[in-house]
Design a protein around this ligand. Structure first.
Ligand SMILES: NC(=O)c1ccc[n+]([C@@H]2O[C@H](COP(=O)([O-])OP(=O)(O)OC[C@H]3O[C@@H](n4cnc5c(N)ncnc54)[C@H](O)[C@@H]3O)[C@@H](O)[C@H]2O)c1
Length: 328
C-alpha cells in the first residue's frame, strides 16, 4: 500500500514511517525539517527508514518540503492510499510565542491535506490531535465528551484540526480518524520534553528541573502504544469519522517522574524547581474506553517500564541524541 506520512521525519511521524516501511508498504515522508529542535535527530530517523527499505522491506522516499504548499500536497496525496497526518508545529510554549505560525502550519496545512484527500481516492486520513484540546479539567479522566477549553494556541489549533477532519468525514464522506495523543515519549522523542530533559541532566550530573511544584500529572504514553493504534487503522474502518483519546491511563505526577529518573541515574542529586508555564495543562488523564471498544486498544507499556526502556536507548544513542554531548 502507498502510505503518506506528513511530519514523517519527526518523532511520532518517524516511528510511523519506520513501522510502515517495516511492514512492507511504500512510504513517502513529507517533512520540511523545521528547526524547532535539532534536525540531526530527524536525519537519523530518515537514515533508519532508508536502511530498512534497502534491506528489502517496503520502499521509502523523503520529500523535504512544506505542507503549506497546496499543489505539492495534492500531488503527494493523489499517490497515497493511507495518509498519516503528523506534521505540526508541536509544543505549547512555541505556540504562545508565535500563534500565527501555528495557525498556518497546523490549521491551513491540515486543510491542504483534507482538500487533497477529498479529491482523491484516499482510503483513510489519520490525524494527530492532542490531549491539549481539553485544557481545563472539569473531571478526570477525560472522556471524549469532556468540554474542550484549550489553554494555548497549540490546543486551539489541534481542536480545529480534529474538527475539520470530522467535518470532512460528515460533509464529504472522507474516512478520517483523529487521535488525541496524551504526552508521547520514547526513542528519538523531542529533546525539549520533560522525560528527555530529566534523563539528559541526570546523566550529566545536573539536577532535573521541574517547572512549577511538580504536582501536575501527565498520562505519559509510550510511542509503541501509539504505533499500535495507527497500525490497526490500516485494516479497521470501525473508527471512521471518530475522535478518540489514546493514552496510557498510567498517569504520574511530574515530581514523581523526576524522582524516578533521578533515583535510577543519579540518586545524589537534589531536584530543582523553575517557574510554571500557564499554557501547560495542570493534569491530563485519559479515559480510553472508546478506542478500546472500537479498536481493541490496550496500552502495553507502563511508565516505569517505558522510562527504563527509554534510558537504555538513551545511553546507547547519547552521542548523536543528547544535546549536552552532541554540542560539546
Ligand atoms: N509528542 C507528543 O507528546 C504529542 C502529544 C499530542 C499530540 N502530538 C501531535 O503529534 C504530531 C507529531 O508530534 P511529534 O512529537 O512527533 O513532533 P515533531 O516536532 O517531532 O514532529 C512534527 C514534524 O512535522 C514537521 N513539520 C512541521 N511543520 C511542517 C511543515 N510546514 N511542512 C512539513 N513538515 C512540517 C517537523 O519538521 C517535524 O519533523 C503533531 O501533530 C503533534 O501535534 C504529539
Amino acid at each position: 500500500m502507498d502510505v503518506l506520512v506528513t511530519g514523517g521525519a519527526g518523532f511520532i511521524g518517524g516511528h510511523i514511517a519506520e513501522r510502515m516501511t517495516r511492514l512492507g508498504h511504500d512510504v513517502t515522508a513529507l517533512d520540511n525539517f523545521e528547526p524547532f529542535y535539532n534536525v540531526g535527530i530527524k536525519e537519523h530517523t530518515v537514515e533508519q527508514c532508508r536502511e530498512l527499505a534497502a534491506e528489502g522491506n517496503g520502499s521509502y522516499e523523503l520529500v523535504n518540503d512544506d505542507l503549506r504548499d497546496a499543489e505539492l500536497v495534492n500531488e503527494l496525496v493523489a499517490d497515497a492510499d493511507y495518509v498519516y497526518h503528523q506534521a505540526a508545529q508541536a509544543g505549547v510554549r512555541a505556540s504562545v510565542k508565535n500563534p500565527r505560525k501555528v495557525n498556518e502550519i497546523n490549521i491551513d496545512g491540515t486543510i491542504n491535506l483534507l482538500e487533497a484527500a477529498r479529491n482523491s481516492d484516499t482510503e483513510r486520513v489519520v490525524v494527530a490531535s492532542s490531549s491539549s484540546v481539553y485544557g481545563k479539567p472539569q473531571y478526570l479522566p477525560y472522556d471524549e465528551d469532556h468540554p474542550t477549553t484549550p489553554v494555548s494556541p497549540y490546543g486551539v489549533s489541534k481542536l480545529a484540526t480534529e474538527q475539520y477532519a470530522r467535518v470532512y468525514s460528515e460533509v464529504y464522506g472522507l474516512p478520517t480518524v483523529s487521535l488525541r495523543y496524551f504526552t508521547v515519549y520514547g526513542p528519538r522523542m523531542r529533546p525539549n520534553m520533560a522525560i528527555s530533559n530529566f534523563v539528559s541532566r541526570c546523566l550529566h550530573g545536573e539536577p532535573p528541573v521541574i517547572y512549577g511544584d511538580g504536582s501536575q500529572t501527565r498520562d505519559f504514553t509510550f510511542v509503541d502504544d501509539i504505533l499500535w493504534v495507527n497500525e490497526k487503522l490500516l485494516e479497521s474502518d470501525a473508527a471512521d469519522g471518530e475522535i478518540m483519546n489514546v493514552g496510557s491511563t498510567d498517569n504520574i505526577a511530574i515530581k514523581t517522574l523526576a524522582k524516578e529518573v533521578r533515583d535510577q541515574l543519579a540518586p545524589e542529586l537534589e531536584l530543582e524547581y523553575g517557574e510554571r508555564n500557564d499554557a501547560d495543562a495542570e493534569h491530563t488523564h485519559a479515559d480510553i474506553s472508546k478506542v478500546n471498544e472500537l479498536l481493541g486498544y490496550e496500552p502495553a507499556t507502563d511508565i516505569r517500564e517505558g522510562v527504563g526502556e527509554f534510558i537504555d536507548w538513551y545511553r546507547a544513542n547519547e552521542e548523536w541524541y543528547d544535546p549536552l554531548v552532541r554540542d560539546s
